[in-house]
Design a protein around this ligand. Sequence first.
Ligand SMILES: [Zn+2]
Length: 167
Amino acid sequence: MKVLALIDPQNDFVDGSMGVGKEKWAPAYDFILDLLNKGEYDRVILTKDWHPIHHCSFTPQGGPWPEHCVENTPGAEAFDNLEIVADRIILKGKDPDTEEYGVDLLEGEVNDEVDIDVVGLCYDYCVACCAKMTSEAHPKAKVTVYAKGCVAIDPAAEPDFGLATVK
Ligand SMILES: [Zn+2]
């Protein structure tokens, strides 16, 4: 089975409160559309950062980030209505007291022999963390991060991708 995982392709990460900017996102988004248009994937998973208004990661609560991806706000919506391509949507960061950069993208998956390609935002945080958690939880899965389909907050960062391959 081939799975495509779109990590947090949300308005706040594109051009909102934590936006990488539309200029940097445009080539990554084109790359993602190319992957989708090839039609090679059996399933598409989309994750969303989905925070309550008083989330611990926001600066008013002493966290490192400006308010972003507050549940049910336009900033939390997927860029370009990308939800419509997803077979499954995973919401993360819902607990007000817990930072949650990553989730196991294959949680509950019985068949571990999966090829899973990972793209989205942001490369050095949630993409890396999801790839690491998924690759370590499912050693038989082939987890590949496509850097061209991602944008980093800090281009100089050297994130930990666990057992995932980065192309
Ligand atoms: Zn967040």
